[in-house]
Design a protein around this ligand. Structure first.
Ligand SMILES: Nc1ncnc2c1ncn2[C@@H]1O[C@H](COP(=O)(O)OP(=O)(O)OP(=O)(O)O)[C@@H](O)[C@H]1O
Length: 697
């Protein structure tokens, strides 16, 4: 049933020639499809060229232009990737597709008559390609998978589901895809999405989901394919509300950047959390103890109380001179008006405008009563700005900026004490305001006289975003995919929660790979901070990256990591693990890289951050060119990566230098080492001169 099917009753020669005929027919279908796609693209390009001439006005022309440019980009054909990767032959008994045959690929391709040559993998009918089984054939007689090399069709593999045949993970085409040497950035997995992954990819837009999966179980792949799927199904809605992918660092974003465009999706925003909170430049570094407090969920309440404290009580009536008239609003209605606005719990700036509007409304009523006519718009606007009204607003609801609020809080211990009463200890407050006398303690923030003159830390930027969320109504996304979510602090979760309040989330992570000081230990807590407490937590346990022997070695660390996660099982039986004691680490690294270069694929040297420069220099001195992690695939095959920057990445051959130093470099060093050891696709070499960390010994 597998490659070059065994069901043909004739002689081997006959069988071979019949299979060759089949392959030739499929190749012809491929070239027809490519030609049809080229025609579709030409048509789109022609429309794009004339688009501005047919549009009635500048706005329509711009909208149309954008739409057509996107269409052209979506129809790009990468000759190195196959246009289709599967075929579905429906049985005669199927109600909707009896006897029909469809090729499944990256996007719809139709011929001149509009007949489908290739169906998009996201179309409802394509679902059977991923989900049909011998037990539940979903109307299929045969599922065919194609093997490709460099865009050319090389083989196929049939499963006669109607006869109870099913290959599952024994598929040779799946195995070849998983075991292929890695080079360059991440690729899509549309051809080989597994049923449990497909279930997550096709989850409803309304559903927020959290995927807990061991290294290499395809979490990132699932998240990106879900984004592509949702965009296909809810194109217009998500084009307006937008989709965002949040990753842990720039190297990771560079690594995944090509996946969605390869699937025809060119409009998804990709960002690290720092990009989302960029109202201020980060120019200071907090000591860890201070950063931990600033990232704590209690700070949200401290800020909420701090902003509430700005709302004051009216102390005198408002009196406005208006030509020959004098309008007066007494204290009692002013009290009522502030009280009512407060009860509405609007964002602070909206509350201020609501108070202004209500004051103007009261003035208007007096003016109408006296003059028996409605005042003009201009009059209303002027009343909103006159000095007595402005002075009143500045007393009861003063204007505030996000950085102004945080600045005032950090600069004034009494203000902080009032807002943090019962929430932060006096010692914690002292750390925040920099009044802690211990050397090296105190906030990293360099407070200036004004917010603009202040040198803010990364954690301050998160607090300022929280403040902004209290002051204004933030814009949001229709769907947000968050990768490596185990490292988000409570306050970072809130950054994302504000941007997904009216949308849904796909949260991806692994508690065992959590390295941040505030790292998650329970997804339920993270989900609460993200505002999606009811999201389902789904495990992925089949490993597609790390070979079984390498995974078993890395898994020795798991008991020491104190997390409750389901263990993964690797699909890969190949792979090489070598652990060697050496005396000269640099020399041994150079030799190991030299040997690795004899194989295909990417090579990474991963070491404690402070060893990176030395190792890079040693390799350069030996004539070996090296790249950095944020330029995947563009230059040399060898990358030297600091241990702290390797999350989410993978390399064919990984050389880990001195694990003990990686562990010693940070409080959650063992978790970091677990991440480092699980980056290898084919081979892992561990070089050490110091003893290995205890769990590995
Ligand atoms: N169904 C699949 N078919 C083929 N390859 C797959 C499949 N699922 C995942 N992979 C491959 O396995 C590798 C690991 O996937 P991915 O990076 O998504 O895992 P991850 O769970 O996010 O890992 P980590 O936790 O280490 O970040 C990638 O090369 C990916 O393309």
């Amino acid at each position: 049933m597998s490659l070059h099917a065994q069901h043909l009753p004739h002689s081997p020669q006959h069988r071979r020639s019949s299979l060759d005929d089949e392959l030739a027919a499929e190749r012809a279908h491929l070239s027809d499809s490519r030609a049809a796609l080229a025609r579709m693209r030409e048509r789109a390009e022609a429309l794009f060229a004339t688009g501005d001439k047919v549009a009635g006005d500048a706005y329509t022309a711009e909208q149309l232009g954008r739409h057509l440019a996107r269409r052209v980009a979506e129809l790009a054909d990468d000759p190195r990737t196959p246009l289709f990767f599967g075929r579905l032959d429906f049985g005669h008994a199927d109600a909707d597709h009896a006897g029909r045959r469809y090729h499944v690929g990256r996007r719809h391709v139709t011929d001149e008559q509009g007949e489908p040559l290739v169906l998009d993998w996201r179309a409802p009918v394509s679902r059977s390609f991923y989900r049909a089984s011998a037990r539940d054939p979903q109307g299929l007689a045969v599922r065919r998978r194609f093997g490709f090399d460099n865009g050319g069709l090389t083989s196929f593999e049939d499963e006669h589901l109607d006869r109870g045949e099913e290959l599952g993970t024994a598929s040779r085409i799946l195995t070849a895809e998983i075991e292929r040497p890695r080079v360059g950035p991440m690729r899509d997995i549309v051809a080989t999405i597994q049923p449990e992954q497909d279930e997550l990819v096709r989850a409803d837009l309304a559903d927020s989901i959290c995927v807990q999966g061991a290294p290499g179980t395809g979490k990132t792949a699932v998240g990106l394919h879900r984004a592509a799927y949702l965009l296909y199904l809810h194109r217009e809605r998500l084009r307006r509300s937008k989709v965002l992918v949040v990753g842990p660092n720039r190297a990771f974003l560079a690594y995944i950047a090509a996946v969605l465009p390869a699937l025809g999706e060119v409009e998804v925003e990709q960002a690290v959390v720092e990009d989302l909170v960029d109202r201020v430049a980060v120019r200071a570094v907090d000591p860890p103890a201070v950063a931990v407090i600033k990232h704590d969920a209690r700070m949200a309440e401290v800020l909420r109380r701090a902003i509430e404290a700005y709302v004051g009580e009216p102390t005198e009536p408002i009196v406005v001179s208006d030509g020959s008239f004098r309008w007066r609003i007494g204290l009692e209605p002013l009290h009522r008006l502030v009280h009512e606005t407060r009860a509405e719990q609007l964002p602070y700036a909206l509350g201020r405008e609501r108070v202004r509007a209500r004051v103007v409304g009261l003035l208007q009523r007096q003016a109408e009563a006296r003059r028996a006519e409605s005042p003009s718009e201009a009059w209303l606007r002027r009343m909103g700005r006159v000095q007595p009204v402005a002075a009143f607003l500045d007393t009861v609801w003063p204007a505030l900026t996000p950085d102004g609020l945080v600045h005032a809080l950090l600069a004034d211990p009494d203000r902080l004490a009032a807002a943090a009463d019962g929430l932060l200890t006096p010692a914690e407050q002292a750390l925040l305001t920099g009044r802690d006398s211990a050397p090296g303690a105190g906030s990293g923030t360099k407070l200036g006289r004004t917010p603009k003159a202040t040198r803010w830390s990364a954690a301050d930027a998160v607090l300022i975003d929280e403040a902004a969320g209290l002051i204004e109504r933030p814009g949001g996304y229709g769907h947000v995919v968050v990768d490596e979510a185990q490292d988000l602090s409570a306050m970072q979760c809130r950054v994302i929660a504000r941007r997904s309040e009216h949308g849904s989330l796909t949260l991806l992570g692994d508690l065992a790979q959590a390295t941040a000081p505030w790292a998650a230990t329970d997804w339920r807590v993270t989900l609460r901070h993200l505002g999606k407490p009811d999201a389902t937590v789904v495990p992925l346990t089949v490993g597609f990256r790390v070979p079984a022997d390498v995974l078993a070695f890395a898994n020795r660390l798991l008991p020491a990591l104190a997390v409750d996660v389901p263990p993964a099982e690797s699909l890969r039986r190949d792979g090489v693990l070598e652990v060697r004691t050496v005396t000269d680490l640099s020399g041994a690294t150079v030799a190991e890289v030299g040997a690795a270069l004899a194989h295909e694929g990417s090579v990474a040297v991963i070491a404690a951050d402070d060893a990176v420069q030395r190792l890079r220099a040693a390799l350069t001195a030996a004539g070996i060119e090296t790249a950095t992690a944020d330029e995947p695939g563009s230059g040399p095959r060898v990358t030297v990566v600091p241990a702290t920057a390797v999350k989410g990445l993978e390399y064919d051959h990984v050389i880990v230098v001195e694990p003990a130093d990686i562990v010693a470099a940070e409080p959650r060093g063992l978790h970091r080492l677990y991440v480092v050891l699980t980056r290898a696709v084919s081979r892992l070499s561990v070089l050490h001169s110091a003893p290995l960390p205890a769990p590995l010994d």
